[in-house]
Design a protein around this ligand. Structure first.
Ligand SMILES: Nc1nc2c(c(=O)[nH]1)N[C@H]1C(S)=C(S)[C@@H](COP(=O)(O)OP(=O)(O)OC[C@H]3O[C@@H](n4cnc5c(=O)[nH]c(N)nc54)[C@H](O)[C@@H]3O)O[C@H]1N2
Ligand SMILES: Nc1nc2c(c(=O)[nH]1)N[C@H]1C(S)=C(S)[C@@H](COP(=O)(O)OP(=O)(O)OC[C@H]3O[C@@H](n4cnc5c(=O)[nH]c(N)nc54)[C@H](O)[C@@H]3O)O[C@H]1N2
Ligand code: SF4
Ligand SMILES: [Mo]
Length: 882
């Protein structure tokens, strides 16, 4: 018996609706896009499509644990509550902290914030959104007086120019990207400009790519403002500026002199390309500026946001169909976190510590007199305070800071020094759970129940597909249980997320006479039945807008004291730490198509591990030559803060002087892949968001004397005195290996690594003169494991070998071919996987393109199905066609 349940994808801020066909007897689910959900209309990307592969119980945290041993909920909750109380008593209010996440549901987030700010009475609750959205929040507040995203996804289809700034939309917001691609196909007038130092997959649909110098966006947008002003009316909308804004002249004065030549110099761009962008922007009324981490994660992040918004205000292009600045949010509930005031300087319901009347309002609503008078410590400073012993107890929920915070080795030390570390997670072994005194098992996606809000302010339901797993509990329940034990029973008497949602909705409308943007008071009395039947809707949702609101600011009224939008005068400044003789390169970090952050869930899906199976560093050919790096070799990348090892990819998609590494690898999956260790902890002075995209580093080749790989049906306990990377495949684990020292005997080494079964049949090949060693272990004719070692890294492709694990008994030809690593004659190797949905590899694609004369992605799709499901690989297919 199956049951269809509508829910929402737990990954990115696009917030796609998911149609889950659940088989309770098997604890399995078939995932499809929800055709009626306005965020995706049935589309899903590779990550959303693979959700069914991530819900198994293996590796889950299913019981509370205290210092490594299993404990009952009662014991764990009592310990957490009593230790927090004792710490507060002994060391004072500021000695405890919560570090939360944009992956908590709104109900979880609301009670965590209420507990800390309203009842424990300090504001030391911050979230990973500090690393993600806080520059956008700060920029919105400065310009609009509130953290408002003015537009909606429907504007993508109405725009005539879409500018993507610091956003690899193709990989990070793939369904929005598909939507923009479709809009471009339907409207050939629609132009796309991509502004990113890297040439990314997003450039696949770009009419113009501006590979600007890292960190130089403010100069570019100041230049644009200056250019627009030079054209005068009607490009500049004097009426809008006069009636609805303030500060135009000062902003213009700050931008004066930023002519094309200056922009080209500051941004290291071709002036004609800059001019082209400026001309398109000036000539197109319906312009959308979409931006993400290339803008936010910068010491000039807030200024970048305002420099972009300035250009929209100058032209009056805001609040109307098809135009406006639009921050693409990262996490599924980044917006919900902002609603409840998850950042340390915010109060609930878009209120703020900077306004005493708002503190008073929230205090009266919560019936507490314990709200502090000022905000708490933002993430980077919070972990410094833990390191320095000022914060003695920390509770981390739904985030993995030992990987994702900058200067991550210091973060690790901070937690090692901390007297009391509590971690709520759904996964047992992460780099952060390893340091916890108390582990609290949280229900994960597919179990938990509540709401999330996406980039376009749309609230959707995540619904439970299964009852809880093991003893895992919803985060809101865990937080309320601790709160009750701390003496706050009345304020945390919630028995169901709908009750929290009602209170959240009521607070948003409390004494709100239109002065606060966030208002969902229409739901203050929502019944459980209506909550269960909840349809996705965009806030504000109130008496005036019972069906929600697609766009704000259509009337030119903003949430500032004067109700006018504010231009901000921007003075461009370079990143804080610049390259020098010791650290001559700029390290940029970001995301891959098929992994989600620290891989705790996406790496469970073998489908998602095939696209980029190893940490890599993208290096421009000139830098590769300069630093003696060869393609496919290993390199050590080091900064003032830490180092990592990654596989070199030489590519002219980088600009010289810049290198890029993926942010995803952790100590669970790689020996030296945790890039956070290198990242400088400097922050934006206003938003306190760290500069994750810009750290000076040096790069050297890793002095490996041997290279190898193991494919094994079983997970292995690989020894850690050398380089290793582990990923899960379909019925196998893949280990990439290299080392600086040779073992005494490869044979003995292999026996230990593989923990060989005495029953196994061995094939072996060794050539000690060349350092080659190859061995395979077979059980009952099935491949069990295989090892390849060489003194160089030119080892056979892994793809054909990996396909042998899903097979039954190997054929005699296959057994003969095994140790050559190459398929027997007549059997094709698929090559590196390009299409994760249908497992189509590069070699297959190349040969079909050649032999069948395929010309378009559509023809490739008809022939091989590749690219026809989520479409995330279309840029790569197009590149192969090219
Ligand atoms: N597949 C996948 N999708 C995701 C996520 C994931 O982990 N995996 N995470 C989600 C989350 S939480 C977030 S926040 C979003 C992030 O989404 P994005 O912001 O699109 O992703 P990033 O790869 O972090 O960075 C975007 C681009 O910024 C560029 N950049 C670096 N420096 C500069 C600069 O100075 N100026 C400009 N203009 N660009 C610069 C980088 O080269 C990079 O291509 O993705 C969300 N979606
Ligand atoms: N250098 C560099 N650093 C970065 C970035 C970058 O681009 N470059 N990006 C930054 C950004 S934008 C972000 S958003 C962060 C992301 O960084 P993190 O938040 O650290 O990454 P995640 O892997 O998403 O961590 C989520 C954790 O919560 C757990 N989890 C999942 N669901 C639940 C749940 O329902 N309840 C609980 N309690 N736990 C759950 C997961 O297993 C996982 O351990 O990284 C930031 N760090
Ligand atoms: S674009 Fe992909 S990851 Fe983002 S919400 Fe949709 S399916 Fe999930
Ligand atoms: Mo993010």
């Amino acid at each position: 018996m199956t049951k269809t349940i509508l829910t929402t994808c737990p990954y990115c801020g696009v917030g796609c609706g998911v149609n889950a066909v659940v088989d309770h007897s098997q604890r399995s689910v078939n995932i499809q896009g929800d055709k009626n959900h306005p965020a995706n209309f049935g589309r899903l990307c590779s990550k959303g499509s693979a959700l069914g592969e991530t819900i198994g119980l293996k590796g889950r945290l299913l019981e509370p644990r205290i210092n490594g041993r299993e404990a009952s909920w009662k014991e764990a909750l009592d310990l957490v509550a009593n230790t927090l109380l004792a710490t507060l008593k002994q060391y004072g209010k500021d000695s405890v902290a919560i570090y939360g996440s944009g992956q908590l549901l709104t109900a979880d987030y609301y009670v965590a914030n209420k507990l800390m700010k309203g009842f424990i009475g300090n504001a030391n609750i911050d979230t990973n959104s500090r690393l993600c959205m806080s520059s956008s929040v700060a920029g919105h507040k400065r310009a609009f007086g509130a953290d408002t995203v003015p537009g909606c996804y429907g504007d993508f289809e109405l725009a005539d120019l879409i500018v993507l700034i610091g956003s690899n939309t193709a990989w990070c917001h793939p369904v929005s990207f598909q939507r923009i691609r479709a809009a471009k196909e339907a409207n050939p007038q629609l132009k796309i400009v991509v502004i990113d130092p890297r040439r990314t997959a997003t450039c696949d649909i770009a009419d113009l790519h501006l590979p600007l110098a890292a960190g130089s966006d403010t100069s570019l947008f100041n230049g644009l403002l200056h250019y627009l002003a030079g054209l005068g009316q009607p490009t500049v909308n004097a009426e809008f500026i006069g009636q609805h804004t303030e500060g135009f002249n000062a902003a213009l004065a700050a931008a004066s002199g930023t002519d094309l030549g200056q922009v080209a110099t500051d941004c290291l761009l071709d002036p004609t390309a800059v001019q082209q962008f400026f001309e398109w922007f000036a000539a197109t009324d319906k312009v959308m500026s979409l931006y993400s981490q290339g803008v936010n994660q910068s010491t000039a992040g807030t200024d970048k946001v305002n420099a972009i918004i300035n250009c929209h205000l100058a032209t009056g292009r805001i609040g109307k169909p098809g135009m406006g600045p639009f921050s693409l949010t990262g996490q599924p509930n980044a917006m919900g976190g902002r609603e409840v005031g998850g950042l340390a300087h915010q109060l609930a319901a878009h209120m703020d510590f900077s306004n005493p009347a708002e503190i008073d309002l929230v205090a009266r609503f919560w019936h507490t007199d314990n709200i502090p008078s000022q905000g708490g410590l933002p993430a980077v400073v919070l972990f410094d305070a833990i390191y320095d012993g000022k914060v003695k107890a920390v509770w981390i929920m739904g985030t993995n800071p030992v990987v994702s915070l900058p200067d991550a080795n210091k973060v690790k030390q901070a937690l090692q020094r901390c007297e009391f570390v509590v971690v709520s997670d759904c996964i047992a072994d992460t780099d952060t759970t390893a340091l916890a005194h108390v582990l609290l098992p949280a229900q994960g996606w597919s179990e938990k129940n509540g709401t999330v809000t996406n980039s376009e302010r749309r609230i959707s339901r995540q619904r439970s597909l299964f009852g809880g797993a093991g003893n895992a509990r919803p985060d809101w329940w865990i937080i309320c249980q601790v709160a009750r034990r701390m003496g706050f029973a009345k304020a945390f008497a919630f028995a169901h997320p709908v009750e929290i949602f009602r209170e959240h909705a009521a607070l948003s409308g409390f004494e709100n006479h239109g002065q606060r943007d966030f208002d969902i008071s229409a739901f203050a009395d929502i019944s459980l039945a209506d909550y269960d039947a909840f349809q996705p809707v965009q806030w504000p949702v109130n008496a005036a807008h019972p069906k929600g609101t697609a766009r704000l600011f259509a009337d030119g009224q903003f949430f500032t004291a004067s109700q006018k939008a504010q231009f901000i005068a921007i003075t461009p400044r370079p990143p804080v730490n610049l390259p020098d003789a010791d650290y001559p390169l700029i390290l940029n970090t970001g995301r891959l198509r098929d992994q989600w952050h620290t891989m705790t869930r996406t790496a469970l899906a073998s489908k998602l591990n095939q696209h980029k199976p190893e940490p890599f560093v993208e290096v421009h050919p000139a830098d590769a030559q300069r630093f003696g790096l060869t393609p496919n070799s290993l390199a050590v990348i080091a900064s003032h803060w830490g180092e990592m090892i990654a596989r070199v990819q030489v590519t002219d998609s980088q600009i010289p002087g810049n290198v890029f590494v993926p942010m995803h690898w952790t100590g669970q999956y790689a020996s030296h892949g945790r890039m956070g260790a290198l990242v400088n902890p400097v922050v934006d002075p206003i938003s306190k968001q760290p500069e994750c995209k810009h750290t000076p580093v040096r790069i050297n080749s890793y002095p490996a004397v041997w290279h190898g790989f193991i494919l094994s049906r079983q997970e292995l306990a690989i020894s850690s005195d050398h380089y290793w990377v582990k990923i899960k495949g379909d019925q196998f684990y893949r280990y990439e290996l290299a080392g600086e020292h040779l073992p005494d005997s490869w044979q003995a080494w292999a026996q230990t690594q593989l923990a060989g079964d005495p029953q196994a049949h061995w094939q072996e090949y060794q050539d000690s003169s060349t350092g080659n060693y190859r061995a395979a272990q077979l059980m009952d004719g099935h491949l069990d494991s295989i090892v390849f070692i060489a003194s160089h890294n030119n080892l056979p492709e892994r793809n054909w070998l990996t396909t042998l694990f899903v097979k039954g008994e190997l054929s005699p030809q296959e057994r003969l071919a095994l140790l050559t690593g190459k398929p027997p004659l007549g059997v094709a190797d698929v090559g590196a996987i390009v299409c994760a949905c249908f497992n189509v590899g590069e070699t297959t694609l190349r040969s079909a393109i050649q032999t069948q004369g395929l010309k378009t992605p559509q023809e490739v799709g008809l022939c091989l199905k590749a690219g026809t499901n989520c479409g995330s690989c279309l840029p790569e297919i197009k590149a192969l066609l090219g």
